[in-house]
Design a protein around this ligand. Structure first.
Ligand SMILES: [Zn+2]
Length: 336
């Protein structure tokens, strides 16, 4: 009996050892993904380690939270007929908005596409819904494919990005490693996930009015963050939906898409109309920001370009620090 037990123990040990060897080997087979993720790991200046430790952001404690069946999103009611749909578990902290009129509703941007946005919208309104994209970077168009009517600014770059979508290789770093801090939705497979291409069904021009029935959104072309970026002005509620033209985080002034001169001209355009809105609903982090910041962003860009301001630098990128926002810019874009 004793001997037999020893033999069983030995067999057990061999089994565990073999399992370990197998695990190590198969893990190595998975390493290309891992390597790709770490190679593409963004600078600490752009994606700080444990970025989620600063969550929840203080603003959310003062907003009315709305429960839905979709755990990936947090939904907040900003006004009687405006909702913010926030994705706090992924690094981008993308925010989409639902604006209701008397006749129809629009969804302003559609987030990363990780969760089931359409289901959330269905639970919030029975009105006919269409999409208006503030711009077509991947983290704003993720769920466009769930909807039939899609609008973006009439700009070839904007349209092309919608038509291209985004492939798994491009997206993988955003749903692995430190980009995520809560489980992805059930059934979500990051190894095959992609953002499907879509065709815009209508193209917007500067000054267009999107009529929702006793509520209109004015399209203000604000190139800079990307050539086809727009802000949407809701005069009735005195809200400006800014997309990525402003959000309270590091504003991106370094990628290829960005044109600083256009960006500053757009900020001036928004500054000139500051008496028409009190709050900004931004594309990331925080959905309810006092409008005064717009004037300070314009000034911040001017100061940076004059060689002023506090910054940290890594790999040719500088992060400048301001009250309520930062600016990421390439060092070679600045004179001194
Ligand atoms: Zn963007």
């Amino acid at each position: 009996m004793h001997k037999r037990r020893k033999f069983t123990l030995f067999k057990g040990a061999v089994f565990i050892l073999c399992s370990l060897v197998f695990l190590v080997l198969t893990h190595n087979q998975c390493s290309p993904d891992k390597k790709q993720t770490s190679e593409e790991k963004r600078s600490e200046l752009i994606q700080p380690a444990k970025w989620w430790e600063k969550l929840p952001r203080p603003v959310y404690a003062n907003l009315e939270k709305v429960e839905t069946s979709q755990e990936w999103f947090e939904v907040y009611r900003l006004t009687q007929d405006t909702y913010a749909i926030y994705e706090p578990f992924q690094f981008e902290e993308a925010i989409s908005y639902l604006a209701l009129g008397k006749k129809r509703a629009v969804v302003i941007d559609t987030g990363t596409g990780i969760g089931d946005l359409k289901q959330v919208i269905n639970e919030l309104t029975a009105l006919p819904v269409s999409i208006v994209n503030t711009h077509t970077h991947w983290d704003h168009i993720g769920s466009n494919h769930q909807f039939k009517e899609i609008a973006c600014f009439n700009d070839k770059d904007c349209i092309r990005k919608l038509q291209e979508g985004a492939d798994t290789q491009r997206l993988l770093p955003s749903v692995t490693g430190d980009s995520i801090w809560k489980p992805l939705p059930e059934g979500f497979d990051s190894s095959t996930w992609k953002i499907p291409p879509v065709e815009p069904t209508s193209l917007l021009e500067n000054g267009d009015l999107v009529d929702l029935g006793e509520r209109t959104l004015e399209v203000i072309h604000t190139p800079g963050h990307s050539p086809g970026s727009v802000c949407l002005l809701d005069k009735k509620n005195k809200i400006l939906f800014t997309g990525d033209t402003f959000f309270p985080g590091p504003l991106y002034a370094y990628p290829e898409d960005v044109n600083i001169e256009d960006y500053m001209a757009s900020l001036q355009k928004l500054k000139d109309r500051m008496d028409e809105y009190d709050y900004l609903c931004s594309g990331h982090n925080d959905p309810w920001i006092k409008s005064e910041v717009i004037a300070r962003v314009k000034k911040a860009f001017e100061e940076i370009l004059e060689g002023k301001g506090e910054y940290k630098q890594d790999n040719g990128i500088r992060r400048y620090f301001f009250d309520g926002f930062d600016i990421l810019i390439r060092a070679d874009m600045i004179k001194n």
